[in-house]
Design a protein. Structure first.
Length: 367
């Protein structure tokens, strides 16, 4: 494998019960609840998806996290980017798996944080308990300077961990909704100041976006780099007329229980290729598949007929875009390692086993 290419995999820590999900969705709810009761919405629809090597795992178990790390190493992945849920005023959710990783000092595998700074709605996890008018379950807030400091010091044990992934010599910290932060410049400067005070090298802040127009937004200039996914381009969601049509077809799909918003994966990977990926500070996303019908029901968006061979083709296309970048900027984000309810995962399932893992490794080895 080319050691010059860094693949960072988005990692969902939703596979263990928490009191809040028990209250909102029912006792014992995890991501597996939605995955297990997924339905077919057309004749050749690949649902439900069944995990293979790891089974319906619980992320509270250290042996599961070790197995995940071993599989990620097989795939050539450089680090997990744990989605981190900080809602303000010290409130976190789904923090236990990473806390346990730091506490136990295992697995020996790099990690970093992606702040998923968004409100949770009653449509977010469970299609069967959605209401017609979405209501917030927990609001994302930005209380101010004291909260910014509290956020840093709460996560300081993670930042000080020797496994925390660094890019350009600094701690990688990704922000899901970068334009939502009221004063990112202050946030950035304050966290860098606190990092130096605590004998850390400072942060390499990465903005996440799926909207091509955001790349020209002046607010993103404050970030060190951008993680850029072209998922929106597949359905041309940036076009208002197309967006309206999608809304209509989603409602028709829900009415008749038949998914209309589907596209072949082979065609989707062509849409997800982009000349922007050649720019040094824009890091492309690779996507092994997409089918969020376990969460959204028949109104989902679906990539049909994804295969390991087509995924390798997708990765090869992206690698060709970054091959002339400086080594430190040969960075790819894998969307995702384990988003099972979005059909967006690399972990083994009963249909393909480890074939997607093998496909990624082969593409990297040929770089």
């Amino acid at each position: 494998m080319s050691n010059k290419v860094k693949v960072i995999a988005f990692y969902l820590p939703q596979f263990h019960p928490i009191p809040e999900n028990d209250e909102w969705w029912g006792n014992g709810f995890t991501e597996w609840t939605s995955v297990g009761r997924a339905k077919k919405y057309y004749r050749k629809h690949y649902q439900p998806r069944v995990p293979a090597d790891l089974g319906y795992y619980d992320l509270r178990l250290p042996q599961v996290r070790r197995q995940q790390a071993d599989l990620a190493k097989e795939a050539g992945i450089s680090a997990f980017c744990y989605w981190h849920y900080w809602f303000g005023n010290g409130k976190q959710l789904l923090e236990t798996p990473l806390q346990e990783v730091v506490k136990l000092g295992e697995p020996d595998f790099p990690f970093c944080l992606g702040w998923a700074n968004h409100t949770w709605w009653n449509k977010s996890w469970n299609r069967e308990k959605q209401t017609i008018i979405p209501k917030p379950l927990i609001l994302q807030t930005y209380p101010g300077e004291k909260d910014i400091d509290n956020h840093f010091f709460t996560m300081l044990p993670m930042f000080k961990d020797k496994r925390y992934f660094r890019l350009h010599g600094r701690l990688l910290f990704l922000i899901y909704a970068p334009l939502d932060i009221p004063d990112f410049k202050y946030f950035k400067n304050r966290w860098n100041e606190l990092a130096i005070q605590n004998n850390l090298p400072g942060f390499y802040f990465i903005a996440n976006t799926e909207n091509i127009s955001n790349l020209e937004d002046s607010s993103l200039k404050e970030f060190d780099a951008v993680s850029f996914s072209r998922l929106h381009s597949v359905w041309n969601m940036e076009n208002r007329i197309k967006n309206f049509i999608l809304l209509v077809t989603r409602n028709i799909s829900r009415l008749f229980g038949y998914s209309l918003n589907k596209i072949s994966y082979e065609k989707a990977i062509e849409y997800m290729d982009d000349i922007y990926y050649t720019k040094n500070k824009i890091y492309p996303n690779i996507v092994p598949g997409w089918d969020n019908s376990p969460r959204r029901g028949p109104g989902a968006f679906i990539f049909q007929n994804s295969t390991p061979e087509l995924f390798k083709k997708h990765v090869d296309m992206i690698l060709s875009r970054i091959k002339n970048k400086p080594d430190e900027d040969k960075v790819i984000f894998l969307k995702s390692w384990n988003e099972w309810a979005e059909g967006n995962y690399l972990e083994p399932d009963l249909k393909w086993g480890k074939d997607y893992i093998v496909a990624l490794r082969k593409a990297l080895d040929n770089m």
